[in-house]
Ligand binder design. Sequence first.
Ligand code: H2B
Length: 92
Amino acid sequence: MSDLLSSNEITKALSNLSDWHVYDEQIKCEFVFADFIEALSFIVKIGVLAEKADHHPEIWNVYNRVSIILSTHDAGGVTDKDIMLASAINDL
Ligand code: H2B
């Protein structure tokens, strides 16, 4: 199991991840697309990354908006696994 990151470690990691912020012991980012199909395509790509990493985000979608919330359930907070997946999502 990955180690929980301290709040300082999370802040430092998020300084390299534009638009992600701390949200209730988790990290969150909101993405806006041109339309629903663009948003859905993004969600599918995230699904592929999540399966490969065996690490699954909470995904909220309303039309062209997608919110991604990450935490490591097993650890009860944010770990390197969340930072790595957030980074991979930003690279999409
Ligand atoms: N996803 C997330 N976000 N946190 C976890 O702790 C987690 C997961 N655990 N995906 C994995 C799957 C675990 O349940 C399985 C058994 O490996």
